[in-house]
Design a binder for this molecule. Sequence first.
Ligand code: PGA
Length: 252
Amino acid sequence: MATPLVAGNWKMNTTPREAPALAASMRDGLAAISGVTKVICPPFVSLGAVAIALDRTDVEIGAQDGHAEESGAYTGEVSMSMLSSLCQFVIVGHSERRSLFSETDADVAAKTLSAIAHGLRPIVCVGEALDVRDAGNALEYVSDQLKASLEGVTDPAGLVVGYEPVWAIGTGRSARPDVAGEMAESLRETLASLFGDEPASDIPILYGGSVTSENIGPFIDRPHIDGALVGGASLKPDEFVGIVELTASIRA
Ligand code: PGA
């Protein structure tokens, strides 16, 4: 069974001065919780400072993206090999990257492979837009998206999957836990078809989309949901610590 995991995605929020202060304000609360992998994903420019603020705790650090190429003429980009000395995780294929920066499944797969090659744990995000959900095709669509985003991956050790329905991100309108649970079960089957039952059962599948300390419980209660990818609420220390605490107590 997968170890539960909660990741906070700070997105493009916090200055380099604010980020370590925010991390420090969560430090003791997060450090006191065991049984859950805890990950904070600040902006690139604050990865080092947040790592220092969380030094000597078991809280891990993640980047929000990374480029698939090793190095070269890619102005403004940061490679997975550069990230590997700063953090342990990297989010790839977040729906904001897919929709605002035109990332394709092939781009996401290349990033995932590069992350794995550099010893980073990729949090591979998938999720359907509202029109796909309304048309009744969500399960098949997201399963295909996951397969394409993992193209070429042969060893899933360290892999994390984030299911984030696009219509639930930042809207205050989370998915119903039974709907997210059904998707997580379908994604588990997809992972089993790619990697086998045993390896698939060890891959944490996260739900993301308007998660709060108020609504997290019923998601974690679902058999195939192993944690959460948290956006807005991860910027509020009490909220984020509360989400991790609830996850730990439900999965204990
Ligand atoms: P949200 O964002 O929790 O603010 O909806 C989730 C995400 O985009 O990872």
